[in-house]
Write a protein that binds this ligand. Structure first.
Ligand SMILES: NC(=O)C1=CN([C@@H]2O[C@H](COP(=O)(O)OP(=O)(O)OC[C@H]3O[C@@H](n4cnc5c(N)ncnc54)[C@H](OP(=O)(O)O)[C@@H]3O)[C@@H](O)[C@H]2O)C=CC1
Ligand SMILES: O=C(O)CCC(=O)C(=O)O
Length: 426
């Protein structure tokens, strides 16, 4: 059967709707949450190294700020569209709600491939984008961070540009900065660490011993590489890894530390001597745990029935379509949803922001411990909710989070309960 839609914004809305229906929220809740509060499209000129001028287009979507300032990454990827950014900002609102941090959801992006530009061009593009969205962002308004193809260096340029435009030095206006420039220890590792932590919690629930477990990873960037490193530290064996150059395999387990060094040097996993290149897909690999850590719409009605993993732990945002979710539920595959599995990134971004506002720093261990507590509690709560309502973990995660956001919206007077029971009194 063909998918109803692969439009990620339509998918995000359908996930929110399913959870609102299950919770029985007042109709006003979905009415408010179905669209971002604001979406900004900007165009700005940038001088290229050869003296020509090019115009670039970027977006920033601010989904909902009932619980606090908008928060979410900036993506540089050729496939970025306004609808994608809207979906990603929607997911951010509920991701922040899952771990109970005082933020709403935002996301930004530009349809560019950074590899097409020199470093100085990329700096000017990043500065141009930061200046263009500066009227709607800020330390207490909307705090961007890295996402696909953006990193700490880009965040530092953006902090500098934002400070110039506003005339105020506000390092807390962006997170995911380098540790030696107002970044937090353990932020670089945070998203992958959280993916590994939640995969381990899911394995415990299924009585699977991580010492016996094999893992396949799609994506070996920030999220995939640290997810692979930490799941290996927890005892599992990563046997297959894919990036956009192809798939590598070693049935004895791939040395994650060595692959991380290699991938950094070569900007690709292709040619790594500790594994062999193969032609098959990571997504249907014969492994216990699958970690999609690249892009959206990877697991669809086309391949979901062929997935052999018992646990799918979503490092990426939106890798699974609703139809694939149905198939996984039917087949007993446990999907740890993106808004829980990859919430470690924004959680430690929150800790970075708190440290910035306090002009104080915490140790690596302190930050990781705080992350671990929030994520393990969220996992447990969502697992129990899924059992109570007989829903998958995704719907349970949305239910928990929507309830938090809905209570904030009601308390702020954005709607008045007209249905029989008030969430706030539950
Ligand atoms: N960074 C963060 O803190 C967070 C990120 N996420 C999500 O995690 C995902 C990955 O982000 P992040 O690791 O930061 O991004 P990176 O840019 O660091 O890495 C992306 C990885 O995905 C790979 N990739 C891209 N396209 C494909 C493809 N078609 N098939 C296989 N692999 C592919 C890239 O390979 P190549 O390099 O060869 O192109 C690269 O290894 C995204 O969905 C992002 O939104 C979620 C929460 C927080
Ligand atoms: O660290 C952040 O603020 C946001 C990270 C992000 O973009 C995401 O979780 O998808």
């Amino acid at each position: 059967m063909a998918e109803k839609t692969l439009n990620v914004f339509e998918i995000a809305k359908s996930q929110v709707k399913a959870a609102c229906d299950k919770l029985g929220t007042d109709p006003a809740v979905y009415e408010i949450l179905k669209n971002p509060m604001r979406v900004l499209e900007v165009s700005f000129p940038v001088k290229m190294d050869d003296g020509t001028t090019k115009s670039f287009t970027g977006y920033r979507s601010q989904h909902n700020n009932a619980c606090g300032p908008f928060k979410g990454g900036i993506r540089f990827h050729p496939n970025v569209t306004m609808d994608e950014v809207k979906a990603l900002s929607t997911w951010m609102t509920f991701k922040c709600g899952v771990v109970g941090i005082p933020y709403g959801g935002g996301k930004g992006g530009m349809a560019i491939d950074p590899n097409d530009y020199s470093k100085s061009e990329l700096e000017r593009i990043s500065r141009g984008y930061a200046a263009a969205i500066s009227p709607i962002i800020g330390e207490k308004e909307d705090i961007p961070a890295p996402d696909v193809n953006t990193n700490g260096d880009i965040m530092s340029w953006m902090v500098d540009e934002y400070s110039k435009v506003t005339g105020k030095f506000q390092p807390g206006a962006f997170t995911g900065k380098p540790v030696n420039f107002y970044g937090s220890l353990a932020r670089t590792e945070a998203t992958g660490y959280g993916v590994a932590l939640t995969a381990m919690e899911a394995a415990k629930k299924l009585n699977i011993d991580l010492g016996e477990v094999t893992v396949a990873l799609q994506g070996f960037g920030n999220v995939g590489s640290y997810a692979g490193k930490y799941i290996t530290d927890f005892g599992a064996k990563v046997v297959m890894v894919e990036d956009s150059s192809g798939v590598i395999y070693n049935k004895e387990g791939i040395d994650m530390e060595k692959l991380m060094v290699y991938a950094k040097q070569h900007r690709s996993i292709s040619g790594f001597s500790g594994a062999k290149a193969i032609g098959s897909s990571v997504l249907v690999a014969d492994v216990d745990i699958l970690m999609p850590c690249a892009l959206e719409n990877q697991l669809t009605s086309e391949n979901a029935d062929k997935v052999k993993a018992k646990i799918i732990c979503e490092g990426a945002n939106g890798p699974t379509t609703p139809e694939a979710d149905e198939i996984f539920k039917k087949n007993g595959v446990v999907v740890v949803p993106d808004i829980l599995a990859n919430s470690g990134g924004v959680t430690v971004s929150y800790f970075e922001w708190v440290q910035n506002l306090m002009r104080y720093t915490w140790s690596f261990e302190e930050v990781q411990k705080k992350q671990e507590i929030l994520m393990k509690n969220a996992f447990e709560e969502i697992w129990n909710l899924a059992e109570e309502y007989d829903v998958n973990l995704r719907t349970a995660a949305y239910m928990m989070s929507i309830k938090r956001v809905a209570i904030a919206m009601e308390k702020r007077g954005w709607y008045a309960e007209i249905s029989s029971k008030s969430l706030a009194n539950n």
